[in-house]
Design a protein around this ligand. Structure first.
Ligand SMILES: Cc1cc2nc3c(=O)[nH]c(=O)nc-3n(C[C@H](O)[C@H](O)[C@H](O)COP(=O)(O)OP(=O)(O)OC[C@H]3O[C@@H](n4cnc5c(N)ncnc54)[C@H](O)[C@@H]3O)c2cc1C
Length: 457
């Protein structure tokens, strides 16, 4: 087997082995790409060994945790490419519509697979879907972490305290797990008949989403474009030194592709790691790998092991008690959700950040911290601030509803993975940020000008 066994978990110990002569079905949830996909590679390897067809299914729910047309559009256009890629590789692609807890078991009943393979996403709803499918089918179900370089369950068996506790584990395992992907093959055992191509117009007509949040045009979704953007980024990786300056093009902008599973973080890590060998002094490889692997996989660890990852109760005890002590502190301003959303606070820097998010579907990483911390400062309670931060992020950001998003907001508002700082009103011991700090880092006026009111559609 060319896939490391640690990447795979058997979810049905009472029926661990593939059985019968049916196809291997790969139920894709999080990692929606043909190449560099450990779940698909694992499914194909077993299908080839058993000389059976390989099916890919994706189950589309008409609404999902507040996702809007902006995010559905990015996902669906990527899935169109994924379907074409599967078909050209003799892999049957089927789009199921509705509740996966019903649709996936029904698909299994109709196709009697020898094995169901699925990928891994630690969010509560995805875990519930997978558990329900395991309970409603009689097929062996294997889960593959196709998103993390080091499988989340193997990297650490427990909730990690901070980056400094998970980093040594990652560093120790990285030489083993940062391996090159084998190529996916044109499947040698095609199905008797390929499924009808998906009617994408019909698929779109089933959505029940907010269409007022428009798709973006400055990024093109899909596996090919994700790879092209990675190549463009690595060609100028020295720009990453400016990653904390939101007026400069320092960041990779790859998070939407990672989030929608159109690009493997491991592919980015492999390509960036190659640059380390050039040894150029201005090559910030280590900083990029720290964000891409340590910080990102720490977010998966948090959402995997902390059932309260999106609520106040998920904060560390020191942060909860400090925020509780400052619960009744007077706030200089208290804004409603609508005021936040419409970017009409008294703070032009905050408004500019919100307008960046509204108009581009992405908020610069440095500004994300300022943006969320000010929501804590000018909301009635930390619970309300957390809910507002998550909702705004999930509604407008292309990469929202991601472990990174829940952790990013919780880091800013609840000190998750951070340490206690000097105590001050409202924040308690949560790390503080202000506009003066931003002014020391970048040209605040230029940033405000860039996202002036006229940038909104
Ligand atoms: C309040 C707040 C909300 C956030 N919401 C999200 C979100 O919804 N989705 C999301 O993917 N990230 C989120 N982040 C983390 C981070 O800001 C983004 O991952 C990053 O800005 C994405 O842009 P990029 O791909 O150009 O980043 P780059 O700087 O080019 O980084 C490359 C990759 O490293 C990872 N990464 C970078 N910074 C972090 C970080 N702080 N924590 C974890 N992983 C990181 C991401 O996968 C990112 O794509 C949030 C951070 C904060 C403070």
């Amino acid at each position: 087997m060319s896939i490391r066994p640690e990447r795979v978990r058997i979810l049905t110990p009472e029926r661990p082995e593939p059985q019968g002569s049916g196809p291997v079905v790969c139920w894709v949830n999080r990692d929606r790409r043909l190449r560099d996909n450990w779940a698909l590679l694992y499914a194909q390897e077993i299908a080839i060994a058993r000389r059976v067809p390989l099916h890919v299914v994706f189950c589309l729910v008409p609404e999902f945790l507040g996702a809007t047309l902006r995010q559905y559009d990015f996902m669906l256009r990527g899935l169109e490419e994924f379907e074409r890629d599967c078909t050209s590789h003799n892999i049957a692609f089927t789009m199921l519509l509705g509740d996966p807890r019903e649709q996936v078991p029904a698909y299994c009943a109709a196709t009697t697979p020898s094995l169901l393979v699925t990928d891994f996403e630690p969010l509560r709803i995805k875990t519930q879907w997978v558990d329900a499918v395991c309970a409603a089918t009689s097929v062996a179900v294997h889960q593959v972490d196709a998103h993390n370089v080091i499988p989340a369950w193997h990297c650490s068996p427990k909730l990690e305290f901070a980056a400094y506790t998970i980093r040594p584990k990652i560093k120790r395992l990285l030489p083993t797990f940062l391996d090159e992907f084998p190529a996916v093959e044109r499947h040698p055992f095609p199905p008797a008949a390929m499924p009808q191509p998906t009617d994408w117009m019909h698929v779109r007509s089933t959505l029940r989403v907010d269409t007022s949040v428009a798709p973006i045009t400055w990024l093109t979704p899909g596996e090919q474009q994700g790879r092209a953007l990675l190549d463009a980024f690595t060609a100028h990786i020295e720009r990453y030194q400016d990653r904390n300056d939101p007026t400069k093009p320092g960041q990779s902008n790859l998070s939407p592709y990672f989030h929608f599973g159109q690009l493997a973080p491991q592919r980015a890590a492999l390509e960036v790691n190659r640059l380390a060998r050039t040894g150029a002094e201005d090559c910030p490889v280590e900083s990029y790998l720290e964000e891409l692997i340590v910080r990102r996989e720490l977010s998966d660890n948090f959402t995997f092991y902390n059932p309260n990852y999106d609520s106040f109760e998920g904060f560390a005890a020191w942060a909860q008690s400090s925020l509780n002590e400052h619960r009744d502190d007077p706030r200089q301003y208290v804004y409603t959700f609508e005021q936040w959303q419409q970017a009409v606070t008294h703070d032009e820097l905050w408004n500019a950040a919100q307008r960046e998010l509204l108009s581009t579907g992405k908020l610069h990483g440095y500004m994300r911290m300022y943006w969320a911390k000010k929501i804590l400062e000018w909301s009635a309670s930390p619970e309300e601030a957390l809910a507002i931060g998550i909702t705004l992020n999930d509604t407008h950001a292309l990469d929202g509803r991601d472990p990174n998003g829940y952790v990013g907001v919780a880091w800013s508002i609840g000190g998750v993975h951070d340490r206690a700082w000097f105590e001050r009103p409202v924040y308690g011991k949560i790390r503080y940020m202000n506009a003066n700090g931003c002014a020391k880092k970048f040209d605040v006026k230029a940033y405000i000008r860039r996202y002036a009111e006229s940038t909104l559609f």
